[in-house]
Design a protein around this ligand. Structure first.
Ligand code: FAD
Length: 392
């Protein structure tokens, strides 16, 4: 007898990577899994690159039958620039992937009956051995609810007090450029490399990721760059107010940067960055931006409700671990439900393990931010969200 005899149905609230990892792994155990996702259609691919960590590669292979080598772009070296454009290299093999190339194989594993898009979960009501999930006029009882609502989770407070994310005091400007649009000589500087520039309280990094439809052949990929820049909250508001004057809160999508902010970005690039990286910023048609957040919960389980992914911990991107953490939440639950004799023992063991891992990652991310000189004044993040801020 194991925990699975007490859990037959699972409701997953939120159908992005965190929810999908859980749903795919639990469906593999034979559980009756339903995902509710408030957005309709394919969620916007943030166009962003992700370092393919071994646990995500393992997950895609084991649960989705995807060959990680065919959906990622390899790098062989890390390359470090100085402000005058000189660089040195050190060997380091890694694989780079895009958000969309992780999302798609996961999404393909769930048919439409299991993945209900365009449906907002408005309430969760705990019962002694389960949870009622409310969407509009419909109530669906499940044995286990997994809250995968991301950093601005509305149901986090049912599981724990505290844990709302804070602004860490800096933003990530980002850009994506089709490889075919890059001058050959510029592309050659970055090919097969994960490139960094650490400046005065700033860091720029870049690498190639799969193309828009997942293509990984030379010439079909995309260059992905990220530039961390300190900004107080007033500055954050200015950066994320779009070209039409609308305050976007914690992130600014591609194509909407206000012209003065774009001009400043280009000026700053010319002042601060080594030449090849400056040229990347200049070649980017639609830069975008997002606030860097810290989120850390003291608990991840209450009764039959669990928090997963960014709803539990929002870790700094320097850890390259956000997607990895979400995958490992799912792998750990998949394992615990088979190993422990009762649901309570399995869910408790899972929560203890994931709190320890998430807390360690959180500390590592803050320490990396401090080492780069990026943390906000005094290294103490200010509280978010403020009234009226739009969530990510
Ligand atoms: C703008 C952005 C850019 C990122 N870029 C990177 C990156 O480059 N590299 C990296 O490693 N990680 C990145 N991440 C983080 C990474 O995507 C996440 O850490 C990881 O995918 C886990 O996210 P999640 O699924 O827990 O949360 P999210 O990706 O935030 O997804 C939450 C989902 O829940 C849905 N939802 C919320 N509430 C409800 C509700 N009540 N009912 C139904 N649906 C609901 C939302 O619509 C959303 O689809 C990024 C995240 C964001 C938000």
């Amino acid at each position: 007898m194991n925990a699975l005899s007490g859990i037959r149905s699972v409701g997953v609230v939120g159908g992005s990577l965190g929810g999908l990892f859980q749903a795919v792994a639990l469906a593999d155990l034979g559980l009756d899994v339903t995902v509710w996702e408030r957005s309709a259609g394919r969620p916007h691919d943030r166009g962003a690159g992700i370092v393919l960590q071994p646990s995500v590669a393992w997950f895609l292979k084991m649960f989705c039958g995807a060959d990680p080598d065919r959906v990622s772009v390899p790098v062989t070296h890390r390359q470090f620039f100085t402000a005058d454009g000189r660089s040195h290299r050190t060997p380091m093999r890694q694989q780079m992937i895009s958000w969309g190339s992780i999302y798609q194989p996961l999404r393909d594993k769930l048919d439409h009956g299991r993945y209900r898009e365009g449906q907002l979960v408005d309430a969760l009501t705990p019962r002694p051995d389960g949870v009622d999930i409310h969407t509009g006029d419909t109530v669906r009882p499940v044995d286990l609810a997994i809250i995968a609502e991301g950093s601005s989770s509305r149901h986090r407070e049912l599981v724990t007090r505290g844990g709302d994310p804070c602004y860490a005091g800096y933003v990530a400007y980002r850009g994506v450029i089709d490889e075919a649009e890059l001058p050959e000589a510029l592309g050659a500087v970055f090919r097969n490399r994960f490139s960094f520039f650490d400046g005065d309280r700033t860091q720029f990094l870049c690498y190639f990721i799969p193309g828009a439809l997942g293509a990984v052949g030379p010439g079909t990929r995309r260059m992905n760059w990220v530039w961390y820049v300190r900004a107080d909250e007033a500055e954050l508001d200015r950066i994320t107010t779009d070209r039409n004057g609308a305050a976007r809160g914690l992130s600014l999508p591609p194509g909407l940067m206000a012209p003065p902010v774009h001009t400043e970005l280009l000026d700053r690039a010319r002042r601060v960055l080594p030449q090849p990286m400056r040229e990347l910023v200049e070649h980017t048609r639609e830069p975008f931006a997002q606030a860097i957040l810290d989120g850390r919960v003291p608990r991840m389980r209450t009764d039959r409700m669990l928090l997963t992914g960014d709803a539990a911990f929002v870790v700094r991107p320097h850890t390259a671990a956000s997607a990895m953490k979400a995958a490992e939440d799912a792998i750990a639950l998949f394992t615990a439900l088979q190993q422990f004799p009762s649901p309570e023992a399995a869910l408790d063991a899972w929560a203890q393990n994931r709190i320890a891992e998430g807390t360690a990652l959180h500390h590592r991310g803050v320490a990396l931010g401090r080492r780069l000189g990026l943390n906000g004044p005094g290294g103490t993040p200010s509280r978010l969200p403020r009234e009226g801020r739009r969530p990510l």
